[in-house]
Design a protein around this ligand. Structure first.
Ligand SMILES: C[S@@+](CC[C@H](N)C(=O)[O-])C[C@H]1O[C@@H](n2cnc3c(N)ncnc32)[C@H](O)[C@@H]1O
Length: 298
């Protein structure tokens, strides 16, 4: 089974503007599709590929110019210092999970298979989707489904989950799928259940929290002139990246200097997000929600 098809491959690599002797970070190594492309452009440069999932090791390229780092990308600053690198020429991140996660039944990311509700990208962390479903307050479940799943009847869903878990703990993908199917119009069943699974996955892996840390760490790790290239798949992530690139802070509040000039740490390379072509979406359905944003550190 193919581990993952890289999304916006040529566009993202072009935006990195690779210097053959530069140092780069692929924060989300995965199947290594983006990394292999970066390596083609390097001569005596180096690429550090981060992935918190140990399964990604199977894709490590045989190259003296590559180092795999099995850690969360929120710690890139710390790990680059560990490798003796103070600043890098470019950072690429292609957020979220890989096809490998959805295609591996026992990881519990997909409702195509019946499996325990796990959804951890990093097997060394503790919180699973089952634990969230069976222990979170109803109000927290509602917030997760509304914010991360963009689910209209999040109130009813959270209420039903709390009622069901009072009868028996919700442990499997099949059990959760059945609850979802009861609460939506059959015409939108797949979309609705996908949204429930997406919301839980984002919470299990604290995807919004780690993105915040990563943006700040990335800014500190880039050289002046270095490029920050990020592909997102969720509107909340995209908004966070857009605000950060525009203002250098997560609130998106514009700061002005004494003379009233806007002061930001980045130059926006393109004002609008770059999106996949119709051909790419046709070939790879996962690309449909992708948005690529690029900023250059001043
Ligand atoms: C969309 S895939 C990247 C695919 C890759 N660009 C390719 O071409 O194969 C995202 C990968 O990043 C990893 N990942 C997600 N969040 C991470 C984080 N906070 N720290 C480290 N790795 C992360 C996932 O385990 C997954 O393998």
């Amino acid at each position: 089974m193919n581990y993952h098809n890289p999304v916006l491959l040529s566009e993202s690599i072009a935006q990195l503007g690779i210097n053959p002797s530069g140092v780069y970070i692929d924060a989300t190594f995965g199947g290594g599709g983006h990394s292999r492309e970066i390596l083609k452009h390097l001569q005596n440069g180096h690429l550090y590929g981060f992935d918190q999932d140990d399964d990604a090791r199977q894709n490590i390229p045989e190259s003296a110019n590559f180092t795999f780092v099995h850690h969360n990308f929120r710690y890139i600053r710390h790990f680059m210092r560990y490798y003796g690198v103070e600043q890098v020429d470019g950072i690429l991140a292609d957020l979220g999970v890989s096809s490998h996660h959805f295609d591996t039944p026992e990881r519990g990311f997909s409702f195509r298979f019946n499996a325990p509700l796990d959804m951890r990208m990093d097997a060394e962390t503790k919180l699973t989707a089952a634990e969230i479903l069976n222990s979170y307050e109803e109000s927290d479940l509602r917030r997760i489904f509304k914010e991360y799943g963009e689910i209209d009847n999040a109130y009813k869903l959270a209420q039903t989950i709390v009622r069901e878990r009072g009868i028996a703990a919700i442990e499997t993908t099949e059990e959760l799928k059945k609850i979802g199917q009861r609460l939506c119009n059959p015409k939108i069943e797949t979309k609705y259940v996908s949204q429930i699974f997406q919301a839980l996955r984002i919470e299990v892996n604290n995807e919004m929290g780690v993105l915040r840390d990563f943006l700040q760490a990335g800014l500190e790790t880039l050289k002046p002139g270095g490029r920050f290239v990020i592909i997102t798949y969720h509107s909340l992530e995209d908004r966070m990246v857009k605000n950060f690139f525009k203002t250098g802070n997560l609130e998106g509040s514009v700061k002005k200097d004494f003379y009233g000039n806007v002061s930001t740490p980045f130059e926006l390379v393109s004002r609008k997000a770059i999106v996949p072509t119709d051909e790419e979406i046709e070939e790879n359905n996962r690309a449909r929600s992708a948005k690529l944003r690029v900023a250059e550190k001043k």
